[in-house]
Design a protein around this ligand. Sequence first.
Ligand code: DCP
Ligand code: CA
Length: 362
Amino acid sequence: MSRIVGHLDLDYFFAQVEEVEQPSLRGTPVLVCVFSGRTEDSGVISTSNYVAREHGVKSGMPIALAKRRLEGIKASFIPMDRGKYEVYSDRVMEILRREVDVIEQTGIDEAFFDITKRAGGDFGAAASTALLIKEEILREDRLTCSIGIGPNKVVAKIASDLKKPNGLTIVRDTEAMGFLSPLPVQKIYGVGPKTSKLLEDNKILAVRDLAEAPAQELEELLGRKLAAYLYNAAKGADDEPVSDRGGISQVSRILTLKQDTNDPQRVVAQLLPALKDIHGRLVSKGLFFRNISAIGIGKDLSLHTKSKTIERPTDSYAVIEEEVKGLLTQLLGEVGEVRRAGVRLGDLQDMANQHSLTEFTS
Ligand code: DCP
Ligand code: CA
């Protein structure tokens, strides 16, 4: 049975979440900013929607420069709220996980998945499942994503990037080598600026050149391990497995309320057992949290979040309850009645080992 691997990447992720929560932003430039706080405009653009990109805005650009590019245009500069995006990310990964054999999350908005068994080795069946996944993410989270399907990770990753936004690209095993041949070597997952410079200096520019290069020359240039990987990848024969990295970077609970309400006290009263449960899980694992989000889901299934990063990591139950009350009061004040409500603790830290468990930092 031929192996079938996918790669999913959410479109203009942080900015798209802001559009979902505030639909009136659609069609206007939306820029998610990391404000450094030194002056009003100091800081950089984390990401922006495609409308802003049409004006030359890019991730990593100084906010002041982006403002100049958008002079005279009504644009929204929104502070980055990572906890909020993580709530959406968790839900997307849950949808993906239930539709495929195994997932490997590689960033807040991307994951590889293996779908060989689920699709019975058939690329047509894999394409149908990919469409279903896109529909479910759109229905449940109102987000669009791009998916690539191929015989391995290298092909799937390139394919997901090919028709962005809202794309779906299927590359069958028999088409893989032809698909890869004309592409620049930098397209291969794992070829960074250093490797691509080395290859370029040796006139290896396209994937085709890589496949045709003498194996020994590549080994001398890149070392045995990288050479073997790239050599195989160029021939469409990457055999890296999709493996679940496990680990926890968040704990969350969402529950359905006894009746729809916009009363924070009622919601908190019903959430208390869930808060205690989450706190118990945190303490039993010896973890502290830094980020907390309140989650509300409306009658129309729309998702709303309010999140906050606190100054110092803590595992205090009192802090959880107090912050949830504050965040829920804000959230319900803005969105009105909700049907479901929940809480999420993120940016978890293992205090015994003094390291952050947020593995996904892209
Ligand atoms: N990000 C960031 N700074 C960067 C690149 C990305 O803060 N230099 C954040 C914001 C993005 C998220 O990571 O929303 C995912 O990164 P992507 O490179 O996948 O970019 P987008 O999802 O924004 O856009 P695309 O539609 O191209 O995937
Ligand atoms: Ca993305």
